[in-house]
Design a protein around this ligand. Structure first.
Ligand code: TYD
Length: 205
């Protein structure tokens, strides 16, 4: 059996990635592919408990502790869900992964990027996505889409989200082969087309 593909989707809150992942999932299933739609933090089981803390805990959370909770969720996710699905030959569509920790806890919270890369590598046992799509969006639009009901992360403020956005753009410059940026200001249909083009290229590679 062929080994599966591991594709991750990234971007600031409200960038529209969930809509795009669902469209892609539908398309892949319609052409007979086996997919696994999953997310971080909190795909299932223990991860859901960690997600509750990460998004809703209302006391003090140090940036270091926050990172380790996201990393703990990732280790569980990779070991128990992602790796088995890759072995089964599935196409994994993962809503957020390692680059979220680099962008949010590194660029956003100001933790050392090299250290986060090192810890990410431990959490994933060295697994790397075959392709990462970053949906780039200006912060005003992203905050409008998020609306008034904000979770703990979404409440971090405009400057934080500007740093997160810059972080993603920096990551794409450092790893242009793996990380592709799509402008989220375009229509849902046009963005979907661009996503399909990237997936086609991946198959041709
Ligand atoms: P979620 O509701 O899944 O947001 P979205 O729909 O935008 O993906 O919440 C996940 C939040 O956690 C989001 O604000 C990004 C943040 N996050 C980090 O800060 N670091 C991480 O490593 C991950 C995976 C997510």
């Amino acid at each position: 059996m062929n080994k599966g593909l591991f594709i991750t989707f990234e971007g600031a809150d409200g960038c529209g990635k969930t809509t795009q992942i669902e469209l892609l999932d539908k398309h892949l299933k319609s052409i007979g592919k086996q997919t696994l739609l999953t997310r971080e933090p909190g795909a299932k089981g223990l991860g859901i408990k960690l997600r509750e803390i990460l998004l809703n805990y209302d006391g003090e959370v140090s940036p270091n502790c926050e990172s380790f909770l996201f990393l703990a969720d990732r280790a569980q996710h990779v070991d128990c869900i992602i790796k088995p699905a890759i072995e089964e030959g599935k196409i994994i569509l993962c809503d957020r992964h390692t680059d979220s920790t680099v962008a949010y806890q590194g660029y956003g919270r100001g933790l050392d990027i090299e250290r986060i890369n090192y810890l990410n590598n431990i959490a994933t046992s060295g697994l790397k996505p075959d392709l990462t799509i970053v949906f780039d969006i200006d912060i005003e639009t992203s905050m409008k889409r998020v609306g008034k009901e904000k979770d703990r992360m979404e409440s971090a403020g405009t400057e934080f989200f500007n740093r997160v956005r810059e972080g993603y753009l920096e990551i794409s410059k450092k790893e242009p082969e793996r990380v592709k940026v799509i402008n989220s200001a375009d229509s849902i249909e046009n963005i979907h087309k661009q996503v399909l083009e990237l997936i086609d290229k991946l198959w041709q590679a």
